[in-house]
Design a protein around this ligand. Sequence first.
Ligand code: OOG
Ligand code: MG
Length: 269
Amino acid sequence: APPTAAPPAASPWSAGRVAEILLSAERSRTPRTSIRAEWPDLSLDIAYAAQDIALADRLAHGEVVTGIKLGLTSRAKQQQMGVDSPSVAWLTDSMALPAGLAVPRDRLIHPRAEPEIAFVLGRALRGPGVTAAQALAAVDHAMGAIEIIDSRYWGFKFSLEDAVADNNSSGVYVTGPVIRRIDDLDLGLEACLLEVDGDVVDSATGSAVLGHPGEALAFAANTFGARGITLEPEWVVLTGGMTDAVPVSPGSRVAAHFTSLGTVTVAGG
Ligand code: OOG
Ligand code: MG
């Protein structure tokens, strides 16, 4: 009789295991290497499933969803990270850093700051099929923001799937204090100077973000919509870093000066 083939060994990998590994890396502040390098089958669908499992764990720990963030919407960010597609992730109240508070270094591994245009939704938005114009019609107001990203991967070295599984390198975010209705703004031309310790280190306009931040919002509505998720009123939407992210050193001060959206600052802690 022909030898019976041994049954294939069950893969130790799953979306749940990925979520568990990355949450524990976050909570112990211990960076790791790319998961996709070990598990080439890690797909974008599995990565988003891991993101949702991690969110459920955060909610079970008492966190509340405050909105969503886009990742890798500007060419600067895509080139910096070597990834060529935008992505989305979750924001919770534990990631919201009140203005005036320093970067909580005791919670982060290797924080980097990036300036972003943020929206707050006035009504629900659900894709697919949402255009930038329809997306912008759901916006209540815009604000300037600084996102402090942090990656659970050593040296921020990851594939798109790794980053998505890692909630797009979420850390903390600061918004405002200036809020503006968007009707009288040209957000494609909204400029931002990124300053570290008084030196302007980079600049960009809102057009860096997929051509217009409204396109980023539409991308988010459509990407979440494909997963059956509606963007809810009052959610904050971080539309993605306009420039490269800069490392935040202890004792430093980062400021983002916007044309119409005011100045957002954060101390390095
Ligand atoms: C991925 C997260 C990107 C953005 O605004 O592009 C992100 C990363 O660059 O680590 O938040
Ligand atoms: Mg960002």
